[in-house]
Design a protein around this ligand. Sequence first.
Ligand code: AMP
Length: 304
Amino acid sequence: MSKPVVLTRRSQILDYSKSLRTQGKTIGLVPTMGALHEGHATLLRKSAEENDITIATIFVNPKQFGPLEDFGQYPRTFANDLLLLEACHTNAIFAPSIAEMYPPSFSTHVRVEKLDEVLCGAHRPGHFDGVCTVVMLLLNLANANKAYFGLKDFQQYSILQRMCHDLAHPTELIPVPTVREADGLAMSSRNRYLDAAARETALAIPSALAAVAKAFISGERNSGKLISVATSILEKFQLTPQYLELRDTETLSLVSGDLSSDAVLAIAQPIATADGVCRLIDNVVLSANPFYRSILDDLMGRTH
Ligand code: AMP
């Protein structure tokens, strides 16, 4: 294994990717905020399998955090991240400063309308503008053939797909299934905020999603009934979600009555910890499509 090259300047990553593309190499891009875990590793390994060169980015993007959110506290574990990146055969890491990404003259932002008005977008004003702006900049700098995004952030993936389609960006976005702990909890950099009791309570989230998956596979199609399967499990743990909604996977519009196309059951659940509150998100796509069906099976296999 050779150590990844660390790039910090816009000009360095532009030159790096340009010279590789001139040599006919394919490039996979994996944007992250660091504090890397097995979820990120899965994206990185997929990129390494499918491309000649993998570039990971580590940038805690201030534009996607609200004023009361955890930008200051967000875990920064660069030394450990380097080890994981090396083990995943990452060739280069782009880890710019804030000033390198957003010099004082920076005045552009990218917004995808409508899709950003629901779910997390409704509760985190400006969050997806920040995500779109940074991802468009990273895509332009990396000049990658493919870029990898996790389905744990389903709405983020939908919005970025819409952005790249609308603006004719040449990079292909690849969705990667959510990677879970053995007990079903979706891996997240924010899981390290959970103390033991909060970690136990958080298991209500995958349990609720798995129960809905099971009901769906058994033939339940009524949206109200599917939602109530999840709600009753959360209630047992005395949890009230910030949102728990069934939405069309393409348009993110609310599904009512019986499901007639693929739908995503998405949840945002605040979990009380010793030091405050940790907001976790998760989702499950209800679909007969084999790609999504294997994700349902994985979720159900991890929860009881
Ligand atoms: P983040 O560092 O949290 O911004 O995440 C960087 C990328 O990793 C995003 O595309 C996330 O959706 C993806 N990701 C984070 N956690 C997981 C997970 N548990 N499974 C799959 N992908 C993930």
